[in-house]
Design a protein. Structure first.
Length: 101
């Protein structure tokens, strides 16, 4: 039996975060690192689309969940009405207080 796959939508903020990470990787690392990031991100988003309740709820929220993609990136998303909304890709090198959920 196939797993159900929920729709995934990205906020404008999450798209900006993804683009900023990509620019950083191109400027400071390599195309290889950029490809690895996108591959890792695509796999995680696919997993979230199949099992959106797999990752823990953010304390103090009813719907926001977080998934640690790697040591530098955390994905914040919400699952409501059978839709996964990617809210933010957080760079862990930044001050957590700058994150407004």
């Amino acid at each position: 039996m196939a797993l159900k796959r929920y729709s995934v939508v990205w906020t404008d903020e999450a798209i900006r975060n993804k683009n900023n990470i990509a620019e950083y990787l191109i400027e400071n690392w390599s195309e290889r690192e950029l490809r690895n990031f996108y591959r890792e991100l695509d796999r995680r988003i696919l997993l979230i689309s199949h099992k959106p309740e797999l990752y823990q709820l953010v304390e103090g929220t009813d719907f926001t969940r977080r998934s640690v993609l790697n040591k530098h990136t955390i994905i914040f998303y919400e699952f409501r009405n059978e839709v996964v909304e990617i809210l933010y890709l957080f760079n862990t090198r930044r001050d957590p207080a700058s994150l407004d959920l």
